[in-house]
Design a protein around this ligand. Structure first.
Ligand code: ZN
Length: 160
């Protein structure tokens, strides 16, 4: 099995492209998901326009669903092969902010917003999920991946 994958990367202001990267691995409490459906967000467009500062080469995207590819030690809520949705914001669920219900501010202002901002995003063949038991939601059999993917950000992000 190949140990590399492709993802869509920010390559400098106004530039994107497919890049090759190692498939992520799951440490304790983490998971790796193989993407089956993804959406592009206006935030990705803003990032490419240079409004949200991220390093060149960082993978874009935070709206993907898929199949659990690997789980780390201690993950109990999902098994390899499960279809899962992952929110755009992936808090740890345990810090003071999360415990007060401010999970998008996990650890500090906007700290829960990890994809692309703090680590590679999930417009990629595979992606890493921190705190998997807190951030992976099983997709009901009756829902197609192309339907469930709308729950990642569009349904879960309140209007401004
Ligand atoms: Zn937190």
């Amino acid at each position: 099995m190949s140990s590399t994958m492709r993802g869509l990367a920010f390559l400098g202001e106004g530039r994107i492209g497919l890049v090759e990267r190692g498939i992520p691995t799951a440490g304790p409490g983490e998971a790796v998901v193989r993407s089956t459906a993804s959406l592009i967000c206006t935030s990705d467009v803003h990032t490419v326009a240079g409004v949200l500062p991220v390093p060149e080469g960082r993978l874009l995207g935070h709206e993907s669903v898929g199949v659990v590819h690997e789980i780390g030690d201690g993950v109990t809520s999902v098994q390899v092969g499960d279809r899962v949705a992952v929110n755009a914001v992936t808090p740890d669920g345990t810090c003071d902010y999360c415990q007060r219900g401010l999970s998008s501010q996990c650890g500090g202002p906007l700290g829960g917003y990890r994809f692309t901002v703090q680590k590679d995003g999930n417009l990629a063949e595979y992606f890493h999920v921190n705190d998997a038991d807190y951030n992976l939601a099983p997709i009901p059999d009756a829902l197609a991946d192309e339907v469930a993917v709308y729950a990642c950000d569009m349904l879960s992000t309140p209007p401004r």
